[in-house]
Write a protein that binds this ligand. Structure first.
Ligand code: LHQ
Length: 261
């Protein structure tokens, strides 16, 4: 698939997806949703990819759904179908991509853009970034996974506060609330993200992926089921090259050389 609204690169085990409609603050139209979903599919399939970075070009991460596009299609447009065929596939693909996804949150993440940011696994924010459940400003309920993801990340009271006020939550507050893992000066964002990405991209990718699967799965399970599931994941991890290498490296007091398999 040729991409028009995103940039996609793979280098040294690291895939970078850049939302690229900066004049619209990287608002999502149908094509950008599809392209982003396709890029994540490629990341999941490509064994050389061991870490993914998702970011935005220009001054925003993403302002969410392209509202001009919605208005232009008024009368011919089912929001429910649009969500099911678009954002839902993207979010499910991100959660099913069993490799760490780093969100490099370079600016505002609003509406569906906030949902996509929350579907990354570890979020590193510029001090110019902010998070906004913009939906109620246009008379909508939160969507794009935010009702599932946000209460799990910050608890229901704060998530509902964000839904009702639609206020911008600036980066430092997002850090205090646990929405992001780190905040850095804007001009240091790339460097900070690389400091996360490079060790991850040379780490035990299979174990990282199974840990993501086990944690995402645990929300729907009882303790008994979750313990059973993690034992199953551990059986898979323990059959990997990287388990053998990790143990050998520890015992030989040397650096482990993981293959991600
Ligand atoms: C935009 C947008 C945008 C188009 C900035 N669309 N052009 C799912 C399914 C179906 C239907 C509906 O929704 C959903 C889920 C959703 O995502 S609903 C929520 C949609 N997003 C919003 O409501 C946020 C709308 N944007 C804003 O409130 C502001 O732009 C923010 C707070 C993000 C940034 O404000 P400023 O920094 O002051 O920038 P700006 O407003 O001046 O925007 C710059 C340009 O980007 C401007 O165009 P222009 O031609 O005047 O320079 C905006 O029109 C355009 N833009 N967001 N979502």
């Amino acid at each position: 698939m040729n991409y028009e609204h995103i940039l996609f690169t793979v280098q040294d085990g690291l895939a970078t997806i850049t939302l690229n409609r900066p004049d619209k603050l990287n608002a999502f139209n149908d094509q950008m949703i599809q392209e982003t979903t396709d890029a994540f599919k490629q990341c999941a399939r490509d064994k050389t990819v061991r870490c993914v970075v998702l970011t935005g070009s220009g001054r925003a991460f993403s302002s969410g759904q392209d509202l001009a596009d919605v208005q232009a299609r008024e009368g011919t447009f089912s929001i429910g179908e649009h969500l099911r065929h678009g954002y839902h596939r993207l979010i499910k693909q991100m959660l099913a991509t069993e490799k760490p996804i780093l969100g490099a949150i370079n600016g505002i993440a609003a509406g569906a853009g906030c949902g996509i940011a929350l579907a990354t696994d570890i979020r590193i924010a510029s001090d110019k970034a902010s998070f906004m459940l913009a939906f109620s400003r246009v008379g909508l309920v939160p969507d794009s996974g935010t009702n599932w993801l946000l209460p799990r990340i910050i608890g229901q009271a704060r998530a509902y506060e964000m839904a009702v006020t639609a206020d911008r939550i600036p980066a430092e507050k997002a850090l205090a609330w646990g929405i992001v893992n780190q905040v850095v000066p804007h001009e240091q964002l790339h460097e900070a993200v690389m400091a996360w990405a490079m060790p991850i991209a040379t780490g035990p990718t299979l174990a990282y992926g199974l840990a993501k699967r086990a944690m995402n799965r645990s929300w729907d399970l009882s303790l008994e089921e979750a313990l059973d599931y993690e034992a199953h994941m551990q059986e898979l991890a323990a059959r990997s090259h990287d388990f053998g290498e990790g143990v050998a490296a520890f015992l030989e007091k040397r650096e482990a050389h993981f293959k991600g398999q």
